[in-house]
Design a protein around this ligand. Structure first.
Ligand code: AMP
Ligand code: MG
Length: 330
C-alpha cells in the first residue's frame, strides 16, 4: 500500500504526479482509502463491478448493502438519477456536504448493479471534501465508497485506523489527518411520496425538513434477516421468479443460475442458463450476481435452480442474497 499525505485545506494536489497516480488506480479498478468530511471511504470505481466486489471482500460483510456513489457536482449526480423538485432543493441547500440522497436510478446510468445491490434506486452524494470530488471529476467515474473499516468495526476517521484495518487491501491510502465531521452522512430517500430518513448523520433532520417544508418519515424498517416481500419498499432486490437453492439438477421449466464449469443434469433443457462464473470464481460471481438475477427474470421462467456456491469469502454474501431471494415471500 502506498501512503500519500495531503493538506485537505490547501488543495495543492491538483496537477501533481501523486494525484494522477491516484486517478489511475481508480480507473484501473483498484481500491483506495479516501478521506471525506465524514469518515474515510473505501473507494473504487462505481461503474466497475469487479472493483465493487473487492470493496465487499475487503470489508468482509456477510451481505451486500448498496453503496453510496460520490460525484463532483449536482450536474454529475443528475447523470445517474432522476431529480425532482425536492431533490434539487436539497442539493442546492446541502451539496457539497454530508447529505446522501437515495433517488430513482436512471436506466442509462453506468453505475453497476452490484453497487446498488440490484435496486432501481441509487444513493448519491457530493461530498464537501475536495479530494473526493477532484478524484471523481478527474477519473470521470462516480466513486463507490462505504466507510473504510472491516465489517463490525467502527468507521475509520483517522489514517492510522484505516491502515490498521484495511492496509493489506489498499493500493493507496490518502492521509488527510482526522476527518472533521466524524459521523456518517445523513441519508434521505426520495423514492416515494414521503421523504424518508434512512440514517441520521452529519446534517440534522430539522435542517432538511426546513428545506423540504415537510417532516421526514421513518425508514420502512424490516428486520435484517427477514425475507423480501414484493410490493414493499425494500432495501434489497429480489427476483420475481422463485429460487431453488443448492440445485444438483434442473427440472423442466426451470432456468439455471450456474456457478462453475460442470453443469448439472437437466441443464440442456433449462429455460435459460446464466453463469455467475464459469471458472468458479467468487469475485466474478459477486460482480455478476444482480445482473444475472435480472437476466433470469427476463427469461420468463417461473423458477430458478441455483447451483451451490461455496460459503467462503464473498460466497457468504452471495449465499445470503440467494437465501433471501429463495425464502417464502410474506
Ligand atoms: P455507507 O455504509 O455509509 O456506505 O451507507 C450505505 C447505506 O446507504 C446502505 O447501508 C443503505 O442503508 C443506504 N443505501 C445506499 N443505497 C441505497 C439504495 N439504493 N436504496 C436504499 N438505501 C440505500
Ligand atoms: Mg460503515
Amino acid at each position: 500500500m502506498r501512503r500519500w499525505q495531503i493538506d485537505p485545506q490547501s488543495e495543492t494536489w491538483r496537477g501533481t504526479a501523486a494525484f494522477e497516480a491516484a486517478v489511475a488506480d481508480l480507473v484501473d479498478g483498484r481500491l483506495l482509502a479516501v478521506p471525506t468530511e465524514t469518515v474515510y471511504g473505501l473507494a473504487a470505481d462505481a461503474t466497475n463491478a469487479l472493483a465493487c466486489a473487492d470493496i465487499y471482500a475487503a470489508k468482509g460483510r456477510p451481505s451486500f448493502n448498496p453503496l453510496i456513489a460520490h460525484v463532483e457536482s449536482t450536474k454529475a449526480a443528475e447523470r445517474h438519477a432522476l431529480f425532482d423538485a425536492r431533490a434539487r432543493a436539497l442539493a442546492e441547500a446541502f451539496w457539497p456536504g454530508p447529505l446522501t440522497m437515495v433517488l430513482p436510478k436512471r436506466v442509462d446510468s453506468p453505475i453497476c448493479d452490484l453497487a446498488t445491490a440490484g435496486l432501481p434506486s441509487v444513493a448519491l452524494r457530493v461530498p464537501a471534501a475536495a479530494i473526493m470530488r477532484d478524484l471523481a471529476q478527474a477519473s470521470g467515474r462516480p466513486i463507490a465508497a462505504p466507510s473504510a473499516n472491516r465489517s463490525g468495526r467502527i468507521s475509520g476517521t483517522t489514517a492510522e485506523a484505516v491502515a490498521g484495518d484495511l492496509g493489506d487491501r489498499l493500493a493507496l491510502l490518502i492521509d488527510a489527518g482526522p476527518t472533521p465531521v466524524g459521523v456518517e452522512s445523513t441519508i434521505v430517500a426520495l423514492t416515494d411520496e414521503r421523504p424518508r430518513l434512512l440514517r441520521p448523520g452529519g446534517i440534522e433532520r430539522q435542517a432538511i425538513e426546513a428545506v423540504l417544508g415537510e417532516t421526514l418519515a421513518p425508514a420502512l424498517v424490516r428486520p435484517d434477516d427477514a425475507p423480501d416481500a414484493p410490493g414493499m419498499l425494500s432495501s434489497h432486490y429480489a427476483p420475481r421468479a422463485a429460487l431453488r437453492l443448492e440445485a444438483t439438477h434442473v427440472e423442466p421449466d426451470e432456468a439455471l443460475l450456474a456457478f462453475g464449469p460442470d453443469l448439472p443434469p437437466g441443464a440442456e433443457h433449462a429455460r435459460a442458463v446464466v453463469q455467475l462464473s464459469a471458472r468458479g470464481e467468487l469475485r466474478e460471481a459477486a460482480a455478476r450476481l444482480f445482473t444475472a438475477m435480472r437476466e433470469l427474470d427476463a427469461s420468463g421462467a417461473e423458477r430458478i435452480a441455483a447451483m451451490p456456491v461455496p460459503e467462503a469469502g464473498l460466497g457468504e454474501a452471495i449465499n445470503d442474497r440467494l437465501r433471501r431471494a429463495a425464502a417464502p415471500r410474506r
